[in-house]
Design a protein around this ligand. Sequence first.
Ligand SMILES: [Zn+2]
Ligand SMILES: [Zn+2]
Length: 135
Amino acid sequence: MTKLSGSCLCGQLSYAGDTDIMGVVNCHCTDCQKALGAMNSTNMFVKAADITVTGDTLEFDHQADSGSTLTKINCAKCGSPTLGRNSAREGMLVIRTGTLDQKDLIVPKATVFASSKVPSAPLDDSLKIFDKMMS
Ligand SMILES: [Zn+2]
Ligand SMILES: [Zn+2]
């Protein structure tokens, strides 16, 4: 178990818990690019039941190519993308790792959706690289 915590830009939305880190991936999908306004995202997957979320959220649902429903959980005040859910991964919470307090815990094991990456975005060759989602 690993203690972790984080918050949005303004601090209104925060989360904390003691959980198992199920995975960390660099994602270059176009949804992440749009949702974060960034070339790519780095997402951490943890058990939702272990994490206490405090503050008001603004949630947005959209469909992934896979057909599952993805929920973006942003701060209701400053709008920072902070957390997320995927209907295909019941009980899992996605942490947008830029919001995490413990920077040392952000250790990606794979890169996904490399096929839609921004051409100038660097790829870490030491990680497993998938064109789309991990199979
Ligand atoms: Zn905020
Ligand atoms: Zn993505």
